[in-house]
Design a protein. Structure first.
Length: 256
């Protein structure tokens, strides 16, 4: 069966915040919604800037899920258990958005082309100044981390090995992680993309093709150390724990 087309804007949650000192960006499609309840006052400001995710991409995503995770799958929705932190390896948000916006994987992505036709994507992008953008619905699958896509929310940070990530991005990622953990109670792990192979062979790893993997170095140990220090009270793991096999929190998280 094929997915019934769904509108990205309709599926994306309406929230908005900017880290201190950041101003609203002036280019590109974006929406901001009012914060509806007093208990949400400390949430981060998130700018909705949806990438293209129409029927074609939804169908290609389902094809990917069937090929790599579950041949009987009928939905692209996920239950988030892990947050994966990335860098874009580009210098601007505009460039990163352009990369994710196309629905089909470009031919030059030869190292992952055999994995499927759907393009790579991520749920969030964090600009150099710490502004947070939501690119797609949080509970739709994005292709960003082999083996973990079906349980992972991806956060991309603009920068890379030649353009180190900033202190503002560390701070923004920490605020976003807290918000995601508060809203998705199944999240129990926080990892860097370069750490994803630690989960190979665990119950959380879902890749059916044992030879399908790529080496990653983003965002690096230093960035993850700084980020984990800021959210240490959340007790998010970075390796699978047999005491917590399904990735569920051992106790309720309190939003900060």
């Amino acid at each position: 069966m094929r997915l019934r087309p769904m509108g990205v804007a309709a599926a994306m949650l309406g929230m908005a915040i900017f880290p201190p000192g950041c101003s609203e960006p002036k280019d590109g499609p974006q929406t901001k919604a009012a914060i509806p309840a007093p208990e949400q006052e400390n949430r981060p400001v998130i700018v909705d800037r949806p990438i293209s995710f129409g029927k074609l991409r939804q169908d290609l995503t389902l094809d990917y899920i069937r090929a790599h995770y579950d041949p009987a799958a009928s939905s692209i929705t996920i239950v988030p258990r892990i947050i994966v932190i990335h860098w874009t390896a580009s210098s601007t948000l505009k460039s990163a958005f352009s990369t994710f916006d196309r629905e089909r994987l470009p031919l030059w992505r030869y190292e992952i082309r055999r994995g499927g036709a759907v393009n790579v994507s991520s749920h969030f992008a964090v600009d150099r100044d710490g502004t947070i953008y939501r690119l797609m619905p949080e509970t739709w699958m994005a292709r960003h981390t082999i083996g973990l896509n079906r349980i992972a929310i991806g956060i991309e940070n603009v920068g890379g090995p030649k353009l180190p990530l900033t202190a503002q991005q560390v701070a923004a990622d920490a605020v976003l992680v807290r918000d995601l953990v508060a809203r998705h109670r199944t999240i129990r792990y926080l990892i860097g993309h370069h750490e994803y192979l630690r989960f190979r062979g665990t119950p959380l790893w879902q890749e059916r093709d044992s030879s399908y993997e790529t080496g990653k170095q983003d965002p690096g140990d230093r960035f993850m150390e700084d980020l984990r220090a800021r959210v240490a009270d959340l007790r998010l793991g970075h390796t699978w724990s047999p005491e917590n096999p399904d990735g569920s929190p051992p106790e309720p998280h309190s939003p900060r």
